[in-house]
Design a protein around this ligand. Structure first.
Ligand code: FBP
Length: 552
């Protein structure tokens, strides 16, 4: 394999563990806290998880290891979208297992949860593990989005686990995957299989966090990667002074990624989906908000700027969600074929006009033709519009352009508006993990091993106090049921881990809100630069602005 100099250097990097895990596995003892309760719907969750509900919070401390000595055979999967640091969760888990007993075995099931169902796996060895240390990506075993949620699937997992003599399964995933980890843990406990299930909190979206989990891994590196490039674009904009850049950033639903990038780079505009929903903002209100910034800057002679648009934005615009719901209805069943058979866009347009309510059609008619057509091209397997594929960066720049043309005609704006578009998502999901993510992930994996050794199941590996230096981090575990409530999903009540949206009264948003008026008119760009892996700790080990503000 051809290795870049950085890749070689990163192989040698020694991730920092929390202080209490540093003396080696023989010197780690466990402390149990009080019994826990779910965040809501306690009776219902307890009834659904009779064997795993109410367990205590766990913290690890320095002290003699009292875990029963037995050979461990552990399986691990990566689930869902890639996030920097996933490899280090596995290397941390592997190192802790081998440090406990060199005969312990770690199996990696390939391609996500389906690897467990299809019994597709590899056994990790030292050499193999060494070639993935501190690297980005999930290519060590691959990932996938198959959901592990039915009794039939659990029975297959049980069979596969028994075949390999697994005593534990580690699921590295987001809120859905960890919800399913809790259900699998309950299944295994109810059947007395002796198979433990431990989760690890992953997602670049940053929406798996709560009072126990301070951050999901990958968010730090992904947002730093996007912020570097947005900062570079800002500097280009400020040099050439001729373009408005509309930058869409990933985040399927919540706007944490957009907000963090805004805190890092101080753009002129950043939309926050949760605020749009709370204020029930219409497309034209959002358009005017952006156009006001463009016009105010133009009045100062600045015909350039940067606007950050979160990927999930359109679903937060109430009138847009209503339009999508009507389109899904309009093309339900055989009507899709009827629609597709229409020979021209004009014929299709007339069909749409006749089928939508007046208010939905008014919103549809506001959209640029390219976006209108996109709504009818990209459908998911159920025939629904794939909202995440809508090019919202183009949508808003077009709407702003049209608004500015009106203002020009009315004599209230006299600037130049030339827009460029970018989408940053996949670029950040497999970057070399920042030192923070490398350390955090390695600790999560190491810690997951400790939870397994001490016999816990249905727990999420928890490393907290992470806005402080790693020495002060606190390692432990939290029952997943503690993070659950009941939500309506696909027409049924389901126990799920609550997804964390941006809190409008939280410190990160409040900081942004207090500064954005100035940023909208003046040029206050900040340039974070590339992630630094070597150098002073205050440059290389810093966490996100979001975490720093939340913990300030
Ligand atoms: P996870 O929630 O599984 O971590 O994935 C998040 C994400 O990266 C979103 O930001 C994005 O919308 C989505 O995955 C893209 O999914 P895919 O990889 O299937 O294209």
């Amino acid at each position: 394999m051809n290795l870049s100099p950085l890749q070689k250097a990163r192989y040698e990097y020694k991730p920092k563990l929390p202080g209490m895990l540093r003396n080696g596995v023989a010197e780690i003892c466990v402390k149990e806290g009080a019994a826990t309760q779910s965040v809501a719907d306690q009776e219902k969750i307890q009834a659904l998880f009779p064997n795993t509900y109410g367990k205590p919070e766990i913290t690890f401390e320095k002290g003699a290891n009292t875990a029963p000595a037995k050979r461990q055979v552990v399986g691990v999967i990566l689930s869902g979208g890639q996030a920097p640091g996933g490899h280090n969760v596995i290397t941390g888990l592997y190192d802790a297992l081998k440090a406990t007993n060199k005969d312990n075995v770690l199996l990696g099931f390939k391609g996500g949860p389906s690897g467990l169902l299809e019994d597709s796996y590899i056994e990790f060895t030292d050499d193999f593990i060494d070639s993935y240390r501190n690297t980005g990506g999930f290519d060590i075993i691959g990932s996938g989005r198959t959901k592990l949620e039915t009794e039939e699937q659990f029975a297959i997992v049980e069979e596969v686990a028994k075949k390999h003599g697994l005593n534990a399964i580690v699921i590295i995933g987001g809120d859905d995957s960890n919800t399913n980890a809790a259900v699998l843990a309950e299944y295994m406990a109810a059947k007395n299989t002796g198979i433990q299930v431990i989760g690890c909190p992953k997602t670049i979206d940053g929406d798996l966090k709560n009072e126990d989990i301070e951050a999901s891994f990958g968010f730090d590196t992904a947002t730093k990667t996007y912020s570097e490039v947005i900062g570079n674009i800002e500097r280009d904009a400020n040099s050439a002074k001729k373009y408005w850049h509309f930058v869409k950033v990933m985040g399927r639903s919540a706007s944490h990624v957009a907000l963090e990038c805004a805190l890092e780079t101080q753009p002129n505009i950043c939309l926050i989906g949760e605020e749009v929903a709370a204020k029930k903002m219409s497309l034209s209100e959002i358009t005017n908000y952006i156009a006001d910034s463009v016009a105010a800057r133009a009045a100062n002679g600045d015909n350039f700027g940067v606007a950050i648009i979160p990927e999930g934005i359109v679903e937060f615009v109430p009138e847009f969600s209503a339009l999508i719901a009507e389109i899904n209805e309009l093309l339900a069943g055989s009507k899709t074929e009827e629609f597709n058979a229409l020979p021209t866009w004009q014929a299709k347009y007339d069909f749409i006009k006749a089928g939508l309510t007046e208010s939905a059609f008014a919103v549809f008619d506001l959209l640029p033709t390219g976006i209108q057509q996109q709504l009818f091209l990209e459908r998911d397997p159920h025939g629904n519009v794939q909202v995440s594929l809508i090019e919202s960066e183009k949508l808003f720049s077009e709407l702003v352009k049209n608004e500015l043309a009106k203002r020009k005609a009315a004599g209230t704006y006299n600037g130049k508006f030339s827009a460029l578009h970018h989408f940053f998502g996949y670029e950040g999901r497999c970057a070399f993990p920042s030192n923070f993510d490398a350390d955090y992930c390695y600790s999560l994996g190491y810690n997951a091993c400790m939870l397994i050794l001490y016999g816990y199941t249905g727990y999420l590996s928890k490393v907290s106090n992470i806005s402080k230096p790693a020495e002060e981090w606190v390692a432990g575990g939290m029952p997943i049921t503690k993070m659950m409530n009941i939500e309506r999903r696909n027409g049924a009540d389901k126990p799920v881990i609550r997804k964390a949206l941006v809190e409008l009264d939280g410190k990160p948003f409040q900081f942004f809100a207090a500064n954005r008026e100035k940023w909208a008119v003046e040029t206050c760009f900040t340039y974070p630069g590339a992630i630094q892996y070597y150098g002073p700790s205050e440059v290389c080990d810093i966490t996100t602005r979001t975490l720093a503000l939340e913990k300030s």
